[in-house]
Write a protein that binds this ligand. Structure first.
Ligand code: PRP
Length: 509
């Protein structure tokens, strides 16, 4: 049949539906809306901060579905279910508080989930990726292995969440800092570090993972991952994809296509969700994000590096040049925006410092350099490869010398970093009123706009000259080398080669 009138996403949707049908998955049609209460009662499982609601003609508060799996589990009445769905969900994603319609096609298996059932779903994930593009990667990780390590870790829950964040960002530096701060034992610290660093084929990573297993839960999770990868073949093990431990309890997986900056497929074993919704069964499934297909970045053969304009970026460029990756043209005065060193396999462009993580997160640059203040503020979905150790300063709470906190009212905080300020004061249960400014923050308390500021202090001279002083240090700041998640996966050796070159140049001083 001639199918030329179909869009790419429509063609893929048809192909996937017929693939799933051939494995016995039956179409699951659900109502377009759910009562809002359903999500309010299960808030922790819902992606995004807000849910799109409306009042129906009977006066009931309804929600546009933010998630499909929850509805399927809610309607599960026992037995073996193989369901396929093709639905839109509505989520508030991004900084602007706008809702997006996301079209998903996915499958769910609910009932008795043994290793054969798991293998079937993972095989379907792989076949789905093959349908989406020629070059794809399927990564697998294990929520139960991470949960096992958390049980073996003698530290407060907040420290364990921070350690998981280090694993999610492949941030070995943060992992070391946290292990030191909480005086974790050598075995525990090296197990966390292993989870931060391992990436690759089962054969390559299992010796390290076996060594990292500190209890039975971890050991059996390692065996399970090994069995899955032997069964499915050609998958990479990666713990940076293990994010939602309330939802998932076993194997988790994500699929990437060459050129797309974010995963196009995501799934896992989610008995935890089933249990939380009052049902008793095993469950595993995945969703394919149809909207992200066809929006791949133009591919170039070189590794693209985004540098922050200014002194910091120039210093980093010097390092690349010293390591043999320079572009003489970068030193010339011109209006050229992109500079390429073909033989070195790299290209550079300058960007506004706070924009660098956006270029990297969205895959327009493979590698970038950004201050940890910006990374902490926006928490972009990137990997942090290296602390460059320069551009050092501190994020502080500062105020006029005579400042005393009046706890009978909200503290007025002026800042360029509203997320950092909010998290800091939320941890201290202090109610604040954020005044978001874009520069010359020191002015705010002087003219009575705020009580304190949350801002960067480098030499401290701006504060001193204006009769202010730092009261608390929120965090130390330095420049970091970051990389796009998909670039790391598709260009692992090129990215790691650059990281090593920078590391070597730094240690030479
Ligand atoms: C930063 C920061 C402080 C100043 C601190 O400002 O916001 O104002 O540097 O440096 P110091 O401790 O060495 O005095 P930036 O120069 O980025 O400009 P801005 O005031 O426009 O934010």
């Amino acid at each position: 049949m001639e199918m030329g009138f179909l869009s790419g996403a429509e063609r893929i949707s048809l192909a996937l539906r017929s693939l799933y049908a051939s494995f016995g998955y039956e179409k699951y049609k659900m109502s377009r809306f759910e009562p809002y209460d359903f999500y309010a009662e299960n808030r922790s499982f819902v992606a995004g901060d807000n849910i799109l609601t409306f009042t129906d003609t009977n006066g009931r508060l309804m929600a546009m579905k933010p998630d499909v799996t929850m509805s399927i589990v809610k309607n599960y009445r026992g037995g073996e279910v193989r369901a396929v769905y093709n639905e839109s969900v509505y989520r508030d994603e991004g900084d602007l508080g706008e809702f997006r319609e996301i079209t998903q096609i996915g499958i769910e298996r609910i009932g008795t989930i043994d290793s054969v059932a798991e293998a079937e779903v993972l095989r379907l994930a792989k076949l789905s990726l093959a349908e989406l593009g020629e070059e794809y990667i399927l990564d697998i990780g294990s929520a139960s292995l991470v949960l096992g390590l958390m049980e073996a870790t003698d530290a407060p829950e907040s420290a364990k969440s921070a350690l998981l964040r280090a694993v999610n960002g492949k941030n070995a530096g943060l992992c070391d800092t946290l292990c030191d701060r909480y005086s974790l034992s050598g075995d525990t610290a090296s197990a966390w570090k292993t989870l931060c660093e391992v990436y690759g084929s089962a054969r390559d990573v299992f010796p390290a993972l076996k060594k990292a297993a500190l209890n039975d839960k971890m050991a059996s999770a390692v065996d399970e991952l090994k069995a899955i990868s032997e069964n499915i073949g050609d998958v990479n093990v990666d713990f940076s994809i293990v994010t939602d431990l309330r939802y998932y309890n076993g194997v988790v997986f994500k699929g990437y296509l060459r050129g797309s900056h974010a995963p196009v497929l995501s799934g896992g074993r989610y008995d935890n969700l089933v249990r939380s919704l009052g049902k008793s069964a095993g469950a595993i499934g995945f969703a394919v994000y149809l909207d992200s297909i066809g929006a791949e970045n133009a591919q170039s053969g070189v590794v693209r590096i985004a540098l922050p304009k200014g002194r910091l970026g120039e210093k980093v460029y010097d390092i690349f040049e010293k390591s043999g990756f320079g572009c003489p043209e970068m030193r010339e005065k011109s209006r050229k925006l992109i500079f390429e060193n073909e033989s070195g396999g790299v290209s550079f462009f300058w960007a506004k410092p706070s924009d660098v993580p956006i270029y990297v997160e969205r895959g327009a640059a493979d590698i970038g350099v950004a201050g940890s203040d910006i990374l902490e503020e926006y928490r972009p979905d990137v990997y942090e490869l290296l602390d460059l150790g320069f551009g050092r300063c501190r994020m502080c709470v500062a105020a006029p010398d005579a400042f005393e906190d009046d706890t009978s009212r909200p503290l007025r905080v002026a800042t360029k970093f509203p997320n950092i300020a909010r998290r800091y004061y939320t941890d201290r249960s202090r109610e604040i009123d954020i005044i978001h400014l874009t520069g010359s923050i020191e002015l705010a308390p002087i003219v009575g706009l705020s009580d304190v500021i949350v801002d960067i202090v480098e030499t401290g001279s701006t504060l001193r000259e204006n009769g202010l002083r730092p009261f608390e240090t929120i965090t130390d700041i330095s420049a970091r080398l970051i990389t796009n998640r998909a670039s790391y996966k598709f260009r692992t050796s090129a990215v790691l080669k650059l990281k090593k070159a920078v590391e070597a140049a730094l240690s030479e001083g």
